[in-house]
Design a protein around this ligand. Structure first.
Ligand SMILES: [Zn+2]
Length: 369
């Protein structure tokens, strides 16, 4: 099997690595962050602006696009890249996470997951074969296997049964592939149990995946367990394949996970928090809603080169937020995503330059003044 991933450099003081992943729509430098484009759009962001901030790859949600407008409609309109006017790589998730978090009345069988649409209550069966067919119709560069995302408080017996089924579903996803040019990543589950994580990795590594993801973290297990299980699991994965930590994305979590050896990340935090008025700066977090910013003429972050920080004051950003203006979501999202992409730049520069002493100084989770 052709390997699409190259490790270019490793950090002598940690497990971090610099890599290059080749996809049908171009190369991706890793470690990288993928903004979440839930419904064929990264909320409040123009594709033009995503390009300008250096975004390399987006994530699209299979569940949402399948229910609305429908994967066949998108395929007939030329595929997801054409539909959303994004010519760079796209990774699609398999829909599993949303079925389990948004779908009502869900019922899991060996066949797949039966659920009711959160939009209109209509009934659907998502199977591994269907998840692959939808992602092939969307035409993403990287497809994910259909898995069950298990809650952090699930019993060992439940996790064991569910993980075994997720492995059988991964085998069916491989068998269902009909397209060349689309990479497929397998998803490691196993909850908070190291032996179940290990047996899941062993089973998936035996299959021909172009990359691996670690799922089922960032689901309420707490920071310590997230880090322990994340580090434990990434260490079991082949070093010559990309490793994607799904859905985990506070800046401090990303820095920790890069050092543990993960290459790819996605999270709604930068965009969702932007819409809620929580902004990330190099001095820490800023809650732009606070009254103290009402007359603050300073830019949000004087060390940030984004369009928002180059042009607007904290007072203006607070005003837009308080007035409920659409521009508030736009300017805030632009800044937070710019920050996340510069954070990934700094991670890559730290590895490239062997500047190990920089890791602890990249960012600290404190409130900025
Ligand atoms: Zn900025």
């Amino acid at each position: 099997m052709e390997n699409h991933f190259t490790v270019l450099q490793t950090d002598p003081a940690s497990r971090a690595r610099l890599g290059c992943l080749v996809t049908a729509h171009g190369e991706i430098e890793t470690p990288c962050f993928m903004p979440v484009g839930t419904q064929g759009t990264v909320k409040a962001m123009l594709p033009r602006d995503l390009l300008e901030i250096g975004c390399q790859i987006l994530l699209g949600n299979t569940y949402h696009l399948y229910l609305r407008p429908g994967h066949e409609a998108i395929r007939d309109l030329g595929g997801l890249h054409r539909f959303m006017a994004w010519d760079r790589p796209i990774l699609t998730d398999s829909g599993g996470y949303q079925v389990f978090s948004l779908g009502a009345m869900r019922k899991i069988t060996e066949e797949g997951a039966q659920f009711q649409s959160h939009l209109d209550g209509s009934s659907h069966l998502l199977t591994p074969e269907k998840a692959v067919a939808i992602q092939e119709a969307l035409g993403s560069d990287i497809a994910m296997t259909f898995d069950e995302c298990i809650p952090a408080d699930a019993s060992r017996e439940y996790v064991r049964t569910s993980t075994a089924r997720t492995i059988r579903w991964a085998e069916r996803c491989i068998a269902a592939r009909t397209r060349s040019g689309q990479l497929m990543f397998g998803i490691v589950q196993g909850g908070l149990f190291e032996d179940l994580r290990r047996s899941c990795v062993d089973a998936l590594v035996a299959l021909s995946f172009e990359g691996f993801a670690v799922g089922g973290l960032g689901v309420g297990e707490g920071e310590e367990q997230l880090r322990e299980i994340g580090s434990f699991t990434v260490d079991l994965l082949p070093t010559d394949r990309p490793r994607y930590l799904m859905g985990v994305g506070r800046p401090q979590d990303i820095i920790h996970a890069v050092r543990a050896g993960f290459d790819m990340f996605d999270c709604v935090i930068p965009t969702r928090n932007a819409r809620n008025g929580t902004l990330y700066t190099w001095q820490g977090k800023v809650n732009i809603k606070r009254a103290e910013f009402a007359n603050d003429a300073r830019s949000l972050d004087e060390n940030c080169g984004c369009y928002t920080c180059r042009n607007f004051s904290r007072a203006y950003l607070r005003h837009l937020y308080m007035a409920g203006e659409i521009l508030s979501a736009q300017l805030n999202s632009l800044h937070n995503l710019y920050f996340y992409h510069r954070l990934m730049d700094k991670c890559r520069e730290t590895i490239r330059g062997g500047r190990t002493e920089l890791w602890t100084r990249l960012w600290e989770p404190r409130e900025a003044l």
